[in-house]
Write a protein that binds this ligand. Structure first.
Ligand code: FRU
Length: 480
C-alpha cells in the first residue's frame, strides 16, 4: 500500500506538471495571434511571445544546435524567469520548442548546457524567493533531458548553494568538460562590491570543489561580473563576461552594462589565469549584452542578447521584447577578438536588390530585411541613413575620415569607435525589421543596435562619393 501511495503521489505530480506544460504551450499559441508583426525579426531568435533576455544553454545535442534563453511568456517585461528553447540544424534556421524550464520554488536564471553521455545537462542559477532568504538566494541547479525537448530538475538541487566567502551574488554558471573533470565559471562579486569570476570543478556534476577566483576587478571593472564564459582560442584563454557598473570613458562603456573580454594564459595544473591584454568591449553597438559561446567543431560561436537593461524596449507594446543577435564566429587576431557572421548566413540571401555604384542622394528599399556589402574610399566621409518608408525611427551610420571613426547614431545617442582596417576595408550590414548589425573589415569593429522604423527599410546615401554596394534581400529563418 505504501509503495502504491508513493507511486500515485509521484504520478499526480508528474501529471500536474504535464498539465502546466500543456497550459503554457496553449497560452503561447493563443497569445501569439495577437502580436503586432511590424518589428518582429525575420532571421533572429525572438521570444514566441513575451519577454526574452540572455542566451542560455547554447549546445549541440543529438544532431541539432540548442539555444535556450531567459524567458517570461506572460508579459513583455522581465518577470519570473523561465527558459525558452529554440533548435537549429545550422545556426541560421531556427524552430521553436516547448518552454524548457519553468519556475518552481526558484526562478530559472541564466546558465549553460553540456552533453553527458546520452543526456543533455543544464546548469543554471536557481534564484530563490528573497522573502525566505534575503541574502543567499542565488544557488546552482541542475536539470536533465533524454530527448532535448523535455527537462526534469534534479531532486537534490541546489548542487552549489553558497560562494566560498559568503558573498551574495552568485549566478550564471558556464560549464565545460576538460579531461576527467567538469569545470564551471560562475559570476560573482566580492564583499566590497568588485566583480569577479569563480572557478569550480567536479567529477560527477553533483559535488563541486572550489578552485580559485579566476578573475577579479581591481576596482575599475564594475561591481558584478554577469554571464562569465571561459575558453581557449588559438592557444590563448579568453575570459568573456558582462560587467555591471563600468563608468563611461570617452567613447567606451556607453551602455547600461557592458560585455567584453580579457585575453590571457591559463594552466589546468595551477588554475591560474594570467591576463595579458586588458578588458576590451566585444561590440560597440547600443544593444549587446550577456553573451554565451559554443564550441561548434572547433569554431567558437558567440550569441548575445540583442537588447539592453534599463532602456525602453519599444516592441513591448506589440506583445514581445528582446532578441538574440545573429550567431558570430570569434577569431583571435593579435590582441583582440574578431566577430564574423557565419558562412551559413549566405544561405539567407534571397534575391539581389542592388549591385554597383550607389550615389549621393540615391536610396535602396528593402522589404524588412537586407544585407549590404559597402565599399567606399576611406579618405572621404561615408554617411548612410536607414529610415522607415512610413517614418518612425531612423538611424545613421558614418565613417569619419578625419578622426578615423565608425559611428552609429540613433537619434543623437551615438556609439563610435576608431577603426584601422587590418585587412578588408568593406562594411557588411545586416538589417532586420528593427535591427542593424554592422561588421567592419574582418570583424574588428562590430555594432549591434536595435531601432524602430515604420514600414519597410530605406537606405539613403548622403556620402559625397559614389559607393560600391552589393545588396540582397534575406529570407525568413525563424517562425512568424
Ligand atoms: C544578465 C542577467 C543574469 C541573470 C539574468 C536574469 O542579463 O542579469 O545575471 O541570470 O539576467 O534574467
Amino acid at each position: 500500500l505504501f509503495l502504491c501511495v508513493i507511486a500515485s503521489v509521484h504520478l499526480k505530480y508528474l501529471s500536474e506538471d504535464e498539465d502546466a506544460k500543456r497550459e503554457l504551450a496553449e497560452y503561447i499559441q493563443e497569445t501569439k495571434k495577437s502580436i503586432n508583426p511590424r518589428w518582429r525579426l525575420h532571421y533572429h531568435v525572438i521570444p514566441p511571445v513575451g519577454w526574452m533576455n540572455d542566451p542560455n544553454g547554447f549546445s549541440y545535442y543529438k544532431g541539432e544546435y540548442h539555444l535556450f534563453f531567459q524567458y517570461y511568456p506572460y508579459d513583455s517585461v522581465w518577470g519570473p524567469m523561465h527558459w525558452g528553447h529554440s533548435v537549429s540544424p545550422n545556426l541560421v534556421d531556427w524552430r521553436e520548442l516547448p518552454t524548457a524550464l519553468a519556475p518552481d520554488e526558484e526562478m530559472c536564471f541564466s546558465g549553460s548546457a553540456l552533453v553527458d553521455g546520452d543526456k543533455l545537462v543544464l546548469m543554471y542559477t536557481g534564484r530563490l524567493n528573497t522573502d525566505t532568504d534575503p541574502f543567499y538566494n542565488e544557488t546552482q541547479y541542475l536539470a536533465f533531458s533524454d530527448d532535448g525537448v523535455n527537462f526534469y530538475k534534479y531532486e537534490g538541487n541546489p548542487v552549489l548553494a553558497r560562494t566560498p566567502d559568503g558573498a551574495y551574488d552568485f549566478r550564471d554558471p558556464k560549464i565545460w568538460k576538460y579531461g576527467d573533470y567538469w569545470y564551471v565559471v560562475i559570476g560573482s562579486s566580492t564583499h566590497d562590491a568588485r566583480g569577479r569570476v569563480l572557478l569550480y570543478r567536479s567529477q560527477n556534476l553533483y559535488d563541486w570543489e572550489f578552485l580559485t577566483v579566476l578573475g577579479e576587478s581591481n576596482g575599475e571593472l564594475g561591481y558584478m561580473w554577469e554571464c562569465p564564459d571561459f575558453f581557449e582560442l588559438d592557444g590563448k584563454y579568453i575570459l568573456l563576461m558582462s560587467p555591471q557598473g563600468l563608468e563611461p570613458q570617452g567613447d567606451r562603456y556607453k551602455n547600461t552594462h557592458q560585455t567584453g573580454y580579457i585575453i590571457g594564459s591559463f594552466n589546468y595544473e595551477t588554475f591560474e589565469f594570467v591576463p595579458e591584454v586588458d578588458f576590451q568591449e566585444l561590440d560597440f553597438g547600443h544593444d549587446f549584452y550577456a553573451t554565451q559561446t559554443l564550441d561548434a567543431d572547433g569554431k567558437r560561436i558567440v550569441a548575445g542578447w540583442f537588447s539592453m537593461w534599463e532602456l525602453p524596449h519599444p516592441e513591448d507594446v506589440d506583445g514581445w521584447a528582446g532578441a538574440i543577435t545573429i550567431m558570430r564566429e570569434l577569431k583571435l587576431s593579435g590582441n583582440r577578438l574578431l566577430q564574423q557572421p557565419l558562412d551559413e548566413m549566405l544561405s539567407l540571401r534571397n534575391g539581389s536588390v542592388h549591385n554597383g555604384s550607389f550615389n549621393k542622394d540615391e536610396s535602396l528599399v528593402f522589404e524588412k530585411t537586407g544585407e549590404l556589402i559597402i565599399n567606399g574610399d576611406l579618405e572621404q566621409k561615408i554617411e548612410l541613413e536607414i529610415a522607415g518608408t512610413n517614418g518612425g525611427n531612423n538611424i545613421w551610420i558614418r565613417w569619419e575620415p578625419e578622426v578615423k571613426k565608425v559611428v552609429v547614431d540613433r537619434g543623437g545617442d551615438v556609439r563610435q569607435v576608431e577603426w584601422s582596417p587590418i585587412g578588408s576595408r568593406s562594411w557588411r550590414l545586416f538589417l532586420d525589421a528593427s535591427s542593424l548589425e554592422l561588421f567592419c573589415g574582418e570583424g574588428e569593429v562590430v555594432f549591434s543596435t536595435r531601432f524602430y522604423p515604420d514600414g519597410d527599410l530605406r537606405v539613403n546615401s548622403f556620402s559625397d562619393q559614389s559607393l560600391n554596394v552589393e545588396a540582397h534581400k534575406l529570407r525568413r529563418s525563424v517562425p512568424v
